[in-house]
Design a protein around this ligand. Structure first.
Ligand code: URA
Length: 211
């Protein structure tokens, strides 16, 4: 089995933007824009090792062999609703990617992930699937989403979040040891309500202005 990897993206642009997002008084507009921008930067990192193949092209001066990304179209898989916040930024870099929507909500009492929607390309076997959700808290949603993608044939799955709690990483690692994770930071812990601290609050509410 491949080794599980946790990749913390320490790029100063990512860290700076994350700090702005954590600030309590950041506007909905600002929060949403920053999430998209970080989405773009994390997309750059998570695709770093995609295989390329040499294809024949002609420049204005002469023919040459030049690299293009090989294989089937990438699939982005946001967990609704907060994962949608990453989507525009990632699609800006991967405009031909397919999108799989995964509807999961957290039962407020048990914190378990409950599925209410799943729509993905029929067969994910040969696709690189980038699962996205800003907050890896308990890990329940991410684990459930990864199971759904695997049931569709997903084999090359990568998980991208903005913030992770150590508890969420441990849970995800235990259930999906072969799926590498990219995050901008690993915070201290979860509080009694399953929120990441210090964190940034409820990512969905902050990006959609629902509180
Ligand atoms: N989901 C959020 O939006 N924030 C947290 O801190 C944890 C889960």
């Amino acid at each position: 089995m491949a080794h599980h990897q946790i990749n913390v993206v320490l790029h100063p642009l990512v860290q700076h933007k994350l700090t702005l997002m954590r600030e309590r008084d950041r506007s909905t507009k600002g929060f949403r824009e920053l999430l998209n921008e970080i989405g773009m930067l994390l997309a750059y990192e998570v695709t770093r090792d995609l295989p390329v193949e040499l294809v024949d092209i002609e420049t204005p001066l002469q023919p040459m062999k030049a690299p293009k990304i090989a294989g089937k179209k990438l699939t982005l898989a946001p967990i609704l609703r907060a994962g949608v916040g990453f989507l525009d930024g990632m699609l800006a870099l991967m405009p031909s990617a397919r999108v799989a929507h995964i509807g999961l909500y957290r039962d407020p009492d048990t914190l378990q992930a409950i599925e209410y929607y799943f729509k993905a390309p029929q067969d994910l076997t040969d696709r690189t699937v980038i699962l996205v959700d800003p907050m890896l808290a308990t890990g329940n949603s991410a684990c459930a989403a990864a199971h759904l993608l695997k049931a569709r044939g997903g084999r090359d799955i990568r998980f991208v979040c903005l913030l992770a709690a150590p508890e969420g990483i441990a849970h995800f690692q235990a259930e999906h040891p072969e799926i590498p994770v990219w995050t901008a930071a690993i915070d201290e812990r979860l509080n009694d309500h399953g929120y990441i601290v210090p964190g940034l609050g409820d990512a969905g509410d902050r990006m959609f202005g629902t509180k």
